[in-house]
Design a protein around this ligand. Structure first.
Ligand SMILES: O=P(O)(O)OC[C@H]1O[C@@H](O)[C@H](O)[C@@H](O)[C@@H]1O
Length: 277
């Protein structure tokens, strides 16, 4: 892809965030030169499919979709730069991306919409503010949305995820059966694909890169999806190495168990903060 397809937020001190306009996918977040996100060595950047890793933006559908591609169209279309990276008085760096309906999106989903995605890079944090506006005078639409974050980890088997105790979850590895999470912390040792529902605002993942912890804070994202394809399902993906599954965990803030219903002339906002602890 052309160099202009990538936008870099540079806070200094080797702390950067790189966004590929294809899907407004965050493809790198470095804190003091340490990469925090996993991107597969086999990820494709040809602008044809979603980028395998980083933070793909899932909208307006989560999962298979009869009218379009899995996880919707937002991750496979080119977004606009609404505001190029700019340093704030605090020293933090902000950029804003946007997406609106086009012939392509209306061929799958016949609604007008305005989506803005504001990113702020702080010293050890990355902030995500999302707003979706329904400009119609009379049509209501509904959608799902999710930030499909791939965290880089040295060994997923050593990670613990907090904040899921007591939550119900849909287990996609067991035909969508519903269970109750009894564990204080969730660990991963097999193919995992779960939609935890009504989760709290905060999760912590232990043993991410450099043995540190990652804090996830989320607002207006009632669900948390936890995914790792493990060995067998890694093989099913052409853009994911067979041996890469130990080095990633997806912990995804989403609004996916129930749709967001957006009345004409109204907006929906959601946000996430990632923090290296
Ligand atoms: O291969 P995709 O379309 O990027 O999806 C990856 C995974 O994304 C997860 O969020 C889903 O829960 C999984 O079911 C899915 O396999």
């Amino acid at each position: 892809m052309a160099a202009t397809s990538v936008v870099v937020l540079d806070r200094g001190n080797n702390t950067t965030c790189t966004i590929n306009l294809h899907g407004a996918t965050v493809v790198s977040w470095r804190v003091n030169n340490q990469e925090q996100l996993f991107v597969s060595k086999q990820a494709q950047f040809d602008g044809k499919k979603a980028i395998r890793g980083g933070i793909p933006f899932v909208f307006p559908q989560f999962g298979p979709w009869p009218y379009g591609p899995q996880h919707g169209f937002a991750r496979i279309v080119r977004w606009n730069i609404e505001k190029a990276p700019e340093r704030l008085p605090s020293g933090d760096v902000e950029a804003i991306f946007s997406l609106m309906d086009s012939d392509f999106t209306r061929s799958m989903w016949s609604y007008d919409f305005r989506l803005t995605y504001r990113l702020i890079l702080r010293e050890k944090e990355l902030h995500f503010n999302i707003a979706i506006y329904n400009p119609s005078k009379d049509l209501t639409f509904s959608f799902n949305m999710l930030l499909h974050t791939y965290f880089k980890v040295p060994d997923v088997r050593r990670c613990q995820i907090t904040g899921l105790h007591g939550c119900t979850f849909v287990d996609k590895t067991r035909d969508g059966a519903i269970y109750h999470e009894a564990r204080d912390v969730v660990t991963i040792g097999e193919w995992t694909d779960r939609i935890y529902q009504n989760t709290p605002h905060e999760h912590i993942i232990t043993n991410v890169v450099s043995g540190r912890k990652m804090r996830i804070q989320k607002y207006n994202f009632p669900d948390t999806v936890v995914w790792n394809p493990w060995m067998d399902h890694a093989k099913d993906m052409s853009d994911f190495g067979d041996d890469e599954y130990p080095n990633m965990v997806c912990v995804e803030a989403g609004h996916v168990s129930s749709p967001v219903i957006l009345l004409p002339g109204t907006a929906f906002e959601a946000s996430q903060i990632l923090q290296v602890m």
